[in-house]
Design a protein around this ligand. Structure first.
Ligand code: PLP
Length: 388
């Protein structure tokens, strides 16, 4: 490692917590009500308003959100759900948790999202739903996907883990473009609560069912019992889960939600600055934003062209040697042990290419122009070093 790397390493991502979040946590601790309670209820309301959805249900993660979404929409063992392989593994795991089978389709090489043209040939008599992933915060082609779903009587569920504040046709993701959308508040996402997730839906019955299932299928919530002047006795009519969000997490989420627009604006500015600054590097492809979609830049991912003078892994090492952290781009689920099979490798050429040639550059709230210039200068230096 060079001296520079030792003295300065620019992280790839960093959650942004301030004194507002600290005060909010202290208040909850002192209130004596730490798990799902009044702060969770308030966070749900404000989140629903923010994205423009009638209902929001808070849970422990996006993975549990997706699991509940599948259960509440009637997905059963043996059903097939179409999804991209180019995604975080939780996308497929949540399908398996519901007893269903993920069927992978290839992606569009410009957006890195599911290619609608690849969906129809993957539909069988077992297909029940399409899981649209808005990868690293760029909305998937929801209009095209919904049209296919309508033609075949399929549900569209959105893995919006990365997509808070992203917009499709001028409406925020989670507003009723579709049926159910699931968000993540893991620290690698833009709004962070430690861990946590949110489900938004326009269907009242589904929202009510998910509220029961997340809390052991209890018919009366703790909060309702606590605030009732009459004795309420709950019952349990099915096997439920403990997928609750805590009030500690929700209190952080409420403060983060107030700061969200400012955080999104800064991300979009940093992303635009990267794309301008890296335009001269012909072997790097910067992110593409289709006219109907607004990216939230949860991650800023670049791709090495076929004529690049070095490999993705060499570029990552050269960056690290200069004190710049990066991460490989989005993984390909079909290459991991639980999902590996030769058929997928053959059917997903674009996914294979993109997962091998992409990397995520540093982008976080509070990143300075100096830090960003250092990243871009490093890439220019590396480009010159390898120029043929
Ligand atoms: C992060 C992520 C998840 C999982 O979110 P958790 O809240 O950590 O469960 C699921 N899908 C995608 C696309 C993600 O990026």
């Amino acid at each position: 490692m060079s001296e520079q790397a030792l003295s300065r390493t620019i992280p790839v991502a960093r959650p942004s917590f301030g004194s507002g979040e600290e005060r909010a946590v202290l208040e909850v601790l002192r209130s004596g009500w730490v798990t799902q309670g009044p702060r969770v209820a308030e966070f749900e309301q404000k989140f629903a308003t923010y994205v423009g959805a009638p209902y929001a249900v808070a849970v422990s993660s996006c993975t549990t959100a997706l699991h509940l979404a599948f259960l509440a929409s009637g997905i059963e063992p043996g059903d097939e759900i179409i999804c991209p392989s180019l995604s975080f593994i939780a996308t497929a795991n949540s399908i398996v948790h519901a007893g269903a089978t993920p069927v992978f389709v290839d992606i569009d090489s410009a957006t890195y999202n599911m290619d609608p043209k690849a969906i129809e040939s993957a539909i069988t008599f077992r297909t029940r739903a399409i899981l649209a992933v808005h990868q690293i915060g760029l909305p998937a082609a929801l209009n095209e996907i919904s049209a296919i779903a309508d033609r075949h009587g399929l549900l569209v569920i959105e893995d919006a883990a990365c997509a808070i504040g992203a917009e499709y046709r001028k409406k925020r993701i989670g507003s009723p473009h579709g049926f159910i959308a699931c968000f993540s508040f893991h620290p690698r996402k833009i709004l962070a609560t430690g861990d946590g997730g949110m489900i938004t839906t326009s269907n009242e019955l589904i929202a009510a069912r998910m509220r029961r299932l997340r809390q052991h299928a209890m018919t009366v919530s703790d909060l309702a019992r606590h605030s009732s002047s009459q004795v309420l006795v709950e019952s349990y009519n099915e096997v439920g889960y403990n997928y609750r969000m805590t009030d500690l997490q929700a209190a952080i989420g409420l403060v983060q939600l107030q700061r969200l627009d400012e955080m999104l604006e800064q991300r979009r500015e940093l992303a635009a600055r990267y794309s301008r600054g890296l335009a001269g590097c012909k072997w790097l492809v910067v992110p593409h934003e289709p006219a109907e979609s607004q990216h939230n830049f949860q991650s800023y991912m670049v791709r090495l062209q076929g004529d690049a003078p070095l490999s993705r892994d060499q570029l990552m090492q050269e960056l690290l040697d200069r004190g710049v952290s990066s991460r490989r781009g989005i993984m390909a689920i079909h290459r991991e042990m639980p999902y590996r099979n030769a058929e997928w490798c053959r059917k997903l050429p674009v996914t294979n290419l993109v997962t091998d040639t992409t990397l995520v550059l540093p982008l976080f709230h509070g990143m300075t122009n100096d830090e960003q210039d250092f990243v871009m200068d490093s890439i220019r230096q590396i480009s010159a070093k390898y120029a043929r």
